[in-house]
Design a protein around this ligand. Structure first.
Ligand code: SF4
Ligand code: SF4
Length: 458
């Protein structure tokens, strides 16, 4: 049975060269992350600490958010609360309109993607210019990010070269990355200089001081906030952490996990408005409180959006970001999508082999595979379980419940070998595409055990 994910993955895999390139590129990032992790003896201690800080903060979220609001307000920042995407977009528009803003520059923020802010603002007459290079590229292409840290990872430099030729008037046939970066820089500089306001996300919000911390490699968050006098920051409520000591833990983990760098090139702290300017922070819930109340899924909120789970996931690497139906793909996206609307995004839950690699790389120790497994068990309740899997599971249960039948089936297994051979078994089940039919052993473990053929150390 085809799912939306398998159909999209099939389209992605048609371009074998590009599919292989993406797989290798992401594996390269995963390898860099591994090298960084190995270079720190305290790596596992840091992960454990990060998980504990998140658990502590999330279980005292009301206190930390109120402390954050009080500290930020004392710094002269205007703090707003948005219960959902609609409210968030309305608050942003209201602030922009009250300052007669026509053009907004923004640095990368997955929260604004989640709230579909750009189309909303554009519909209301505000021009929005993305300033992160990857985000700018996909904005010019009118696409969505295919990865949370490397949004344009699905594109080759030649494709970017062609895009810049058409949209920015760059030299024909020149796809040299340095040249293309210079072209983007030149075009963005003009956007920065002519913008009336800057909008950023927030990697962390520090309750103790009321400041937000933004990590970038391009310095575009600083540019977005140092030319225009109006700064709006969008922050999910789960981003609050207690203090600088906590920040030190996450700072050591984030870039190492994301891109295999010891630190992002820029780590910018924004605590108060610029002289003569205004700073607004919008704290957004949009389903996070509900998620926090779910015993089996609240850990998703520990995520610091490093993308490491995507880089390691064999399904993501080989099917591409656009094969998932939720706007965040990969292991964390499967879970966030299910938490958002399980009926709508249930399809993604099948995009997982339960290899657990995502759990092992996650710097905040989010139990991603365990949650996916739990979501799958809920599919029957919402009428979205695969009929083929239900029949197969029902058949296995029937056999396992009847030892006599089980023994007889084992004895017949050589006949199944003879009937199926080692052919690809995609006709039986889609996971079989590209895989050979596994063969039953000639003699069962039970029989070998009974006949003393199993050797073991006592
Ligand atoms: S457990 Fe699933 S989601 Fe996680 S890395 Fe493995 S295949 Fe991907
Ligand atoms: S779930 Fe973990 S590995 Fe995945 S993006 Fe979030 S913090 Fe990174």
């Amino acid at each position: 049975m085809s799912t939306a994910h398998t159909k999209a993955a099939k389209r992605f895999l048609k371009d074998t060269e590009k599919a292989r390139w993406q797989d290798n590129t992401l594996w390269g990032v995963r390898t860099k992350r591994d090298n960084m992790a190995k270079s720190l003896d305290e790596w596992e201690t840091l992960r454990q600490k990060a998980s504990e800080i998140k658990m502590h903060t999330l279980t005292h979220l009301d206190e930390y958010l109120e402390r954050f609001e009080a500290s930020a307000t004392a710094n002269g920042v205007k703090v707003h609360w948005a219960k959902d995407a609609e409210e968030f977009n309305a608050i942003v528009l209201d602030i922009l309109r009250s300052h007669d803003v026509r053009k907004l520059v923004k640095s990368k923020s997955m929260l604004t993607e989640e709230c579909e802010m750009n189309p909303y603002l554009e519909k209301n007459g505000i021009e929005v210019a993305e300033t992160d290079l990857g985000e700018r590229i996909i904005q010019l292409l009118d696409q969505k990010p295919s990865h949370i840290v490397m949004p344009a990872i699905h594109l080759t430099q030649e494709e970017v070269g062609e895009l810049f030729e058409e949209k920015l008037g760059s030299e024909k046939g020149n796809s040299d990355p340095t040249y293309l970066t210079c072209c983007a820089r030149e075009s963005l500089r003009n956007e920065f200089l002519t913008a009336d306001a800057g909008l950023t996300g927030a990697n962390f919000g520090i309750a103790q001081t009321g400041e937000i911390v933004i990590c970038t490699n391009e310095g575009n968050a600083d540019m977005s906030t140092s030319v225009p006098k109006l700064h709006i920051a969008a922050m999910g409520i789960e981003k609050v952490i207690p203090d600088y000591d906590s920040l030190a833990v996450f700072h050591r983990l984030l870039a190492r996990s994301a891109t295999g760098q010891p630190s992002t090139t820029f780590t910018s702290h924004f605590r108060k408005p610029r002289p003569g300017g205004e700073m607004h922070i919008i704290l957004v819930d949009n389903g996070r409180s509900r998620l926090l109340s779910q015993e089996e899924h609240w850990q998703t909120l520990k995520c610091i959006r490093c993308g490491a789970c995507m880089n390691t996931c064999p399904v993501y690497r080989r099917s591409g970001g656009y094969s998932y139906t939720y706007f965040i793909p990969g292991p964390i996206g499967i879970n966030l999508g299910m938490a958002k609307d399980a009926e709508r995004f249930h399809d993604n839950a099948s995009a997982c082999s339960l290899c657990c690699s995502c759990d092992n790389v996650c710097p905040a120790k989010v139990n991603l595979s365990e949650q996916i497994y739990t979501w799958r068990q809920s599919l029957k309740d919402i009428g979205k379980a695969s009929a083929v899997k239900e029949v197969m599971s029902g058949g296995m249960k029937f056999i396992f419940d009847r030892p006599g039948l089980y023994d007889a089936a084992l004895k017949c297994s050589p006949l199944i070998n003879a009937a199926t051979g080692t052919a690809e078994f995609a006709s039986v089940y889609l996971w079989g595409k590209g895989r050979n039919m596994p063969q039953f052993a000639k003699e069962s473990f039970h029989s070998m055990w009974k006949n003393g053929k199993v050797k073991y150390d006592k």
